[in-house]
Design a binder for this molecule. Structure first.
Ligand SMILES: [Zn+2]
Length: 708
């Protein structure tokens, strides 16, 4: 069948594989093949790369969450398939699944249209680093891998190793711009590979052979076991045509004809694609071939059609004079860089919500890189915060919580937005005046952060000393029940209302809650503030020296503080910067408590000099911070729970647990009742005067605000 004079492959005597190769009988088979013509240089069509947007998104997440500044090379996978269009070459593609090895996700299923190619991604941290990377050194390193795969025989077992590629990359995550440069290392012969023909496979094979070739190749392409093996042997014998893996080379010797086949990404009718280059080197080095016919396997819209496949006869020199196995360390030169680096700007492609979501956490994720590796963003994103009060403090606290990555924020407030509010309460605008505060506040948060889960409840918090008449009992009970449910449902409770007595019921409910709550209290005076955390409830506490609550310094029950007060005394009259300062400190304190292994049970740290270094990554965790704007000073103080406290003492909490709302109702209507239960009445009778010290200094000396 082979016409006399047709090119045939012949073994190289210098190869270690020559004994087996010498038994091979190879050559072109078509009766229509023309007589040999002058050989020409065989040029290969460079492989093209294509990267999907979701790959960059996956890489961005990987860098932000896992790699950070880590520069280790990443193991990635590219995907490719034979050319399937007469005018369009197939690129090697990177998709989100390309990162599955690094993301720890399930490996992507490979199939006939997604043959895997092993790749390495070299990620750089700055644009300068990208520009100055030693590309020659990288090329040598990657070429050595290909060479080793060939010399060791691994590439015959897993022929996709011949398709190794690598990418250098710089991801500018602030601007969503990515710079990258692909390389497909192909080992080079010292002299150019030549060929004498490049013709459609339908002309090369006889009609009978064509039928058998189509049948064998279709079987190879449809079997899940072989469809992803992109290099193969086309084995023609008297018994028929089979397609075999490269590792069957020895077994195929003695047959009538062997062609080397590969999935060809090129569409050009005159040139084969890039991947065949390493196959030719393998054939020269391992099998000692000097010429061979090659089947460039291409398809037409996924179907087998030999008119679109090509056969070429490649002739090449003995491989670089290298004799195996002695010189396996001498890695040949390689080519394969794409002509230039490329860049992609995804900022406009990204869904604005997605972009906003990614960008929202950018600063926090960057904090984890160097400044605060122990920052637990998952914990923050899952923590539910309840803000009692949506006024000056509530607005400030909500915004700072968002900035820390908290996404579950619930407001409780009964008020409406007033015309005096927008300037000092940053969640409101003039157009909101007259609306319910909780409704306007949650809407405002959603304009800041797309994935915030904000809620609002318009509830009037029952207040100690504000008596409840008979027709108000039902409504008060409703409000009590809603508040209790909300407190049980949240992890962190912020007390940010503008009167002292409105903090009393939430303090009891937190102290009596099933699970210990983190309770943060902030209160403003004119130019001073207190930010504190409450200790655990008396029956939840397992620590000695349970920390006190806001009411632990009182020797009287809270009363209606608005009676007999002028307007300036009833309203929050504070220097404008006080709420932002106190609100921000309240959030900082809450975040530190969340990260403390003991949570709300964490003991109070004492103040240390600013020149003393602090071991804790987020600094000390005080019980209380008292601020004095007139002095530009802050004090860190602490105090343990008071046994006669009207809000958190064991007597009060156990009475509440026993009587529930009936206890609350009685306390609202009769402040003396609380003092009786707490034992304050007896205490007052026993002593004429009493002062409780906070670390040795009385409240009055500190000018602590008693109402906001
Ligand atoms: Zn207390």
């Amino acid at each position: 069948m082979a016409p006399p004079g047709a090119p045939s492959s012949s073994p190289s005597s210098s190869s270690s594989s020559s004994s087996s190769a010498s038994t091979a009988t190879a050559g072109s088979g078509s009766g229509s093949a023309t007589a040999p013509t002058q050989s020409r240089i065989l040029k290969f069509v460079p492989w093209q790369s294509s990267v999907t947007a979701d790959f960059w998104h996956g890489l961005a997440n990987l860098k932000l969450d896992v790699l950070r500044l880590d520069r280790r090379p990443l193991q990635i996978q590219g995907f490719f398939a034979p050319c399937s269009h007469p005018r369009i070459s197939k690129p090697l593609q990177l998709t989100y699944e390309s990162l599955s090895l690094e993301l720890g996700t399930e490996s992507p299923a490979s199939d006939r249209n997604r043959c895997p190619a092993p790749g390495t991604l070299y990620n750089t941290n700055t644009s300068d680093e990208f520009n100055s990377i030693d590309r020659d050194a990288l090329m040598n390193e990657e070429t050595a891998k290909v060479w080793d795969d060939i010399c060791s025989g691994r590439a015959e077992e897993d022929s996709n190793l011949l398709n190794r590629f690598f990418v250098i990359c710089y991801a500018d995550l602030k601007e969503w711009r990515f710079k990258y440069w692909f390389s497909f290392p192909a080992l080079q012969f010292t002299q150019a590979v030549k060929h004498t023909m490049f013709q459609p496979a339908s002309d090369y094979f006889t009609a009978e052979e064509s039928l058998r070739v189509v049948s064998a190749c279709t079987a190879w392409r449809t079997s899940p076991l072989t469809t992803c093996l992109s290099f193969f042997l086309l084995h023609l014998s008297c018994d028929g045509v089979t397609v075999r893996p490269l590792s069957d080379w020895e077994k195929c010797q003695g047959s009538f004809q062997i062609l080397l086949g590969f999935y060809d990404p090129s569409h050009l009718p005159t040139n084969p694609g890039w991947p065949v280059r390493n196959l030719l080197v393998l054939a020269a080095v391992r099998w000692g071939l000097k010429n061979v016919d090659i089947l460039c396997w291409r398809e037409l819209q996924g179907r087998t059609d030999l008119r679109h496949c090509f056969v070429t006869s490649a002739t090449f020199e003995e491989f670089g004079g290298i004799v195996l196995p002695e010189n396996t360390n001498a890695v040949p030169k390689a080519a394969g860089w794409e002509p230039s680096a490329r860049s992609v700007d995804l900022s406009s492609l990204m869904n604005p919500d997605m972009l906003a979501k990614s960008a929202a956490d950018l600063n926090l994720k960057l904090m984890k890189w160097r400044s605060l590796p122990s920052l637990n963003l998952l914990l923050l994103s899952k923590t539910k915060c309840l803000l009692l009060g949506a006024g000056t403090l509530g607005c400030e606290v909500a915004l700072r919580l968002l900035a820390w990555g908290i996404r579950d924020i619930t407001f409780v407030d009964y008020g409406k937005v007033g015309y005096s509010n927008p300037l000092r309460q940053p969640l409101y605008q003039i157009k909101d005046c007259g609306r319910s505060k909780v409704e306007a506040a949650q809407e405002a948060l959603k304009t800041k952060c797309v994935d915030v889960r904000a809620q609002g409840h318009q509830i009037s918090i029952p207040m100690a000393g504000h008596s409840v008449s008979g027709n108000q009992v039902e409504e008060t009970f409703d409000n009590f029940t809603k508040l209790q449910t909300l407190i049980e449902e949240h992890d962190v409770i912020f007390l940010l209302t503008d009167t002292r007595e409105s903090r009393w019921l939430p303090t009891i409910l937190c102290a009596a809650a099933e699970q210990s709550k983190i309770v943060i209290n902030a209160a403003l005076g004119f130019d001073s503030f207190v930010v504190m955390r409450h200790g655990e409830g008396p029956f939840n506490s397992t620590q000695d020296g349970r920390l006190g609550c806001y009411f632990c310094t009182d020797v009287v029950a809270p009363t209606d503080s608005t009676v007999n007060r002028t307007l300036d005394q009833q309203c929050t009259v504070s220097r404008p910067a006080l709420a932002p300062i106190a609100g921000a400190l309240a959030v900082e304190m809450a975040v530190v408590v969340m990260h403390h292994p003991l949570g709300p049970a964490a003991p109070a740290d004492q103040a240390v000099s600013v020149t003393t270094s602090i071991d804790q990554p987020m600094g000390i965790l005080p019980h209380q911070i008292r601020g004095f704007l007139a002095h530009y000073a802050q004090l860190v103080v602490s105090g343990i729970a008071f046994d006669g406290c009207t809000a958190c003492s064991p007597k009060i909490v156990s009475e509440f647990k026993a009587r529930g709302f009936a206890f609350i109702l009685e306390a609202l209507n009769s402040p003396n009742y609380l003092e009786d239960v707490a034992g304050l009445t007896d205490l007052l009778h026993a002593t004429n005067s009493m002062s409780l010290d906070w670390d040795g200094e009385g409240d009055s000396d500190l000018g602590v605000p008693d109402m906001a």
